[in-house]
Write a protein that binds this ligand. Structure first.
Ligand code: COA
Length: 300
């Protein structure tokens, strides 16, 4: 799909994306590149990175792939430094790397829980911490101007933890913590260094590892009945939200977590058909008008 944004809205920006070689991370890498950014993508699998970089470069996007695991502090440090060495600076960090699987809480080992926390939550913190010195602008400096504003951190979380999610205790905990970090860093680093820290909370996005792992077809079709927009999202939807937040259009947005899920997190199964509501609602009103004062209508 064609982007509604001008192709230079991220011109001159350098972005580093964890998990940037596949899925949602790769779509954000691609759209950032198509809108003028240079991109460094970090991931664990060399073949995935190589394929992603060759696709990006074939689109004319300056791109490098750097192998690394967000769970390792030394990898995080090396990847951030290599990005800056290659492109000369860092403007945007996107924390998109995540791990997930469906499992009932009672069958999840503490190490399974910790593994997801380590990738999603600790990984997000570690990467942000390592990137800080390149993203920050010292707001105490008198030379401050809008052209030297601080960078952006964009954390990809989820909507699972807004209520509760079956068989997702580890991911719900991890993503809730990421959202908390988004707000805390927005406060601390926004104030001290003019860095904006925002989040995107994708709903079910078609054609991703998350979808096939968490919403197999048997469940997926049923879930669609409860979706306000009655459709799955596309990776493109998440990438456009990312472009918006990363562009100057988002310059006053800090500490926000934008759900991009068609409103799914708000929804519940429909208990009554619309026609039935009309009938029931009228008759309940009539009954309550007829009821003598003080008598509970349920007794009539
Ligand atoms: N059900 C229950 N426990 C599981 C599991 C599953 N499907 N998959 C892994 N675990 C547990 C393991 O049993 C292990 O715990 P244990 O030592 O107590 O047995 C722990 O998690 C670590 O597993 P391991 O396979 O060693 O981890 P890894 O580092 O190789 O892989 C994962 C990390 C498990 C998160 C893997 O799914 C992954 O790499 N995912 C990245 C891609 C992804 O999930 N994308 C979706 C994004 S929404």
């Amino acid at each position: 799909m064609e982007s509604p944004f001008k192709s230079d809205v991220l011109k001159g920006k350098v972005a580093l994306l964890t998990g940037g070689g596949s899925g949602i991370g790769f779509e954000i890498s691609t759209q950032f590149g198509k809108h003028g950014a240079s991109v460094a993508i970090m991931g664990r699998r060399k073949n995935v990175l190589d394929g992603a970089v060759s696709t990006l470069t074939s689109l004319g996007i300056p791109a490098i792939g750097i192998q690394g695991d967000v769970r390792k502090v030394e990898d995080a440090k090396r990847v951030v430094e290599e990005t800056v060495r290659h492109f000369g600076k860092l403007d945007i960090l996107v924390n998109a790397a995540a791990g997930n699987f469906l499992v009932a809480a009672e069958d999840l080992s503490p190490n399974g829980f910790k593994t997801v926390m380590d990738i999603d939550t600790v990984g997000t913190f570690t990467m942000s911490h390592e990137a800080l010195k390149y993203l920050k602008k010292d707001t105490s400096s008198s030379s401050s101007s809008s052209s030297s504003s601080g960078g952006l951190i964009l954390n990809i979380s989820a909507t699972l933890h807004y209520t509760a999610a079956w068989y997702q205790i580890h991911v719900s905990a991890a993503k809730a913590a990421i959202d908390a970090m988004t707000r805390n860093l927005a406060l601390e680093w926004g104030t001290d260094y003019d860095i904006r820290v925002n989040g995107i909370a994708p709903g079910p996005i078609g054609d991703t590892a998350g979808m096939s792992k968490l919403l197999p077809d048997e469940i997926g079709n049923k879930t669609r009945e409860y979706m306000p927009l009655y459709k799955l999202g596309e990776k493109w939807d998440i990438a456009m939200a990312a472009v918006y937040l990363a562009s100057d259009a988002g310059k006053y947005i800090n500490g926000s977590i934008l759900p991009v899920d068609g409103g799914l997190w708000l929804s519940h199964p429909r208990h009554l058909a619309k026609e039935a509501v009309k009938k029931i609602s009228r008759s309940v009103e009539k009954r309550s008008r007829a009821a003598p004062a003080g008598l509970p209508t349920s007794k009539l």
